[in-house]
Write a protein that binds this ligand. Structure first.
Ligand SMILES: *Cc1c(COP(=O)(O)O)cnc(C)c1O
Length: 395
C-alpha cells in the first residue's frame, strides 16, 4: 500500500507539464546516450522477415523514432491516450474531420473559425457528402435547433480569431455527450500550457503546431490528440492521404516544445501588459483580450484557462488609414500573419486572415476595417509598450 502511494507520488511529480515537456517520451537515451534525439532522416527502415506489416517503419507512416517521441510527449502534456503529428495544422483538421464524418453526416461548427477551416467547411467538405451548419459558440439553444438525426459531431475553437471570444466550452462537452456527438476543438490559441480540452471532456484536441508548440516561426506542423481508438483511425487515414510530418520538422518541433512552458508564460504576461496599456490609452477605442476585466467571457476564461495566451486585438479611434499609420510606425512587431512565435507579429485581419469575407460577413462578425491584431512574442513587455506608446502618439 505504502509502496503504491510512493510510486503514485513519483508519477504525479512528472505529471507537471514543465517536466513532461522536457522528459516525457524520452525516458530512454537509447541512441548512444545522445541527450538530444537525433534526426532520423531516413525514409525507410530495415525490415526483418518477421516484422508484421503494420509495424513496418516508413516516414509516411508517421512511425519513425522522431514521430514516436513526439506522439508520446504530446499525449502526455495534453492528458490524452494518444497523439499524432501531421504535416500542418490544416492536415490535422481536415484529416480528423474526414475520419469522424462520412457521407450523409452533418456537422455543427462554430461560426467564427480559422480562415482555412472555415473555407474547407464552406467550400470543400460538401463534395464528400457532408453537411455543415454554423452556430454561435455561446448559444446552446441554437445548437439544439439545428440538430438532425444525422448530426455526428460538433467543432469549436478555444478562442476565436481575432476577437478572442470564448465559446461555452463546458456547454459544448455536455451537449455532445447528451446527443452522442463527437466533440472536436482547435486548441491552437491556448496551447496545452493554458488549456487542456481533453480534461474538460472533449474527444479530440487539434493544434496547429506551427504556432505556440513549435514557437519559432520556422516550420509548419499540426497534431491530433485524444482517445487511442480515434487517433488510430485518424492515423490510418493520414497515412493514406499522405499528410505526414517530415523527420527534420519533427526534430525542430520537439526542440521547440522543450521551451513551450517558458515561452507561453512570457507571452501570457506580455499580452496582458500590452492589453492593459492599450485599454488605458486615449487613442484606443477598445481592446479584445480574455485576460482584461472588460472582456465579456472574462469569468469563463478565468475558470477554464491557466493563462489567456499571446493574442489580442484592438481598435484605434479613426479609420483604417489611422490603423495602417500605427502599424507602419511600430518598430518591433513584424507585419505578418501567424502567431505563437518568439517575435511579435501584427496584422490587420481585414487584409489577411479575414480578407476572404465580404464586408457584410465581416460586419456581422464584428470585425471592423481598422481592427489590429497583435500576436506577442517574448520580448520585454516594457519595450513592447514603449513601442506602441510611440506609435500611438498624436495619431
Ligand atoms: C494557423 C492555424 C491553423 C492552421 O494551421 P497550419 O499549421 O497553418 O496549417 C488552424 N487553426 C488555427 C486556430 C490557426 O491559428
Amino acid at each position: 500500500m505504502i509502496m503504491d502511494k510512493v510510486q503514485r507520488a513519483d508519477r504525479e511529480l512528472i505529471m507537471n507539464i514543465q517536466t513532461q515537456l522536457i522528459h516525457a517520451g524520452e525516458e530512454t537515451k537509447a541512441h548512444d546516450g545522445a541527450v538530444a534525439l537525433p534526426v532520423f532522416q531516413s525514409a525507410t527502415f530495415e525490415h526483418r522477415g518477421d516484422t508484421p506489416y503494420d509495424e513496418i517503419k516508413y516516414a509516411r507512416l508517421n512511425n519513425t523514432p522522431n514521430h514516436r517521441v513526439l506522439h508520446e510527449k504530446l499525449a502526455r502534456i495534453a492528458g490524452g491516450e494518444a497523439a499524432l503529428v501531421t504535416a500542418s495544422g490544416m492536415a490535422a483538421i481536415t484529416t480528423a474531420l474526414l475520419t469522424v464524418l462520412k457521407k450523409g453526416d452533418h456537422l455543427l461548427a462554430q461560426n467564427c473559425l480559422y480562415g482555412g477551416t472555415h473555407s474547407f467547411l464552406t467550400h470543400d467538405i460538401g463534395d464528400f457528402g457532408i453537411d455543415v451548419d454554423f452556430v454561435p459558440g455561446n448559444e446552446p439553444e441554437a445548437w439544439e435547433k439545428l440538430m438532425r438525426p444525422e448530426t455526428r459531431a460538433i467543432y469549436v475553437e478555444t478562442m476565436s480569431n481575432p476577437l478572442l471570444e470564448v465559446a461555452d466550452l463546458p456547454g459544448v462537452v455536455a451537449f455532445a455527450r447528451a446527443h452522442g456527438l463527437v466533440s472536436l476543438i482547435d486548441n491552437t490559441f491556448a496551447s496545452p500550457v493554458n488549456f487542456r480540452p481533453l480534461e474538460l471532456g472533449f474527444d479530440l484536441s487539434l493544434h496547429s503546431c506551427t504556432k505556440y508548440l513549435n514557437g519559432h516561426s520556422d516550420i509548419v506542423a499540426g497534431c491530433v490528440i485524444g482517445a487511442c481508438d480515434w487517433v488510430t483511425r485518424i492515423r490510418h487515414r493520414l497515412n493514406l492521404m499522405g499528410g505526414c510530418l517530415d523527420p527534420h520538422a519533427c526534430f525542430l518541433l520537439l526542440r521547440g516544445m522543450k521551451t513551450l512552458w517558458l515561452r507561453v508564460q512570457k507571452q501570457n504576461e506580455n499580452a496582458r501588459a500590452l492589453a492593459s496599456f492599450l485599454a488605458a490609452h486615449p487613442a484606443v477605442l477598445r481592446v479584445n483580450y480574455p485576460g482584461l476585466s472588460c472582456h465579456p467571457q472574462r469569468e469563463r476564461a478565468n475558470a477554464l484557462f491557466d493563462g489567456c495566451g499571446g493574442v489580442l486585438s484592438f481598435e484605434v479611434r479613426g479609420d483604417s488609414r489611422i490603423a495602417d499609420r500605427v502599424i507602419a510606425r511600430l518598430q518591433l512587431p513584424i507585419s505578418a500573419p501567424s502567431l505563437g512565435g518568439v517575435e511579435t507579429l501584427i496584422t490587420r485581419p481585414v487584409q489577411t486572415s479575414h480578407a476572404g469575407l465580404s464586408t457584410e460577413e465581416r460586419e456581422a462578425a464584428g470585425i471592423s476595417d481598422g481592427l489590429i491584431r497583435v500576436a506577442v512574442g517574448i520580448e520585454a513587455a516594457a519595450d513592447l509598450c514603449a513601442d506602441f506608446e510611440r506609435a500611438l502618439r498624436g495619431v
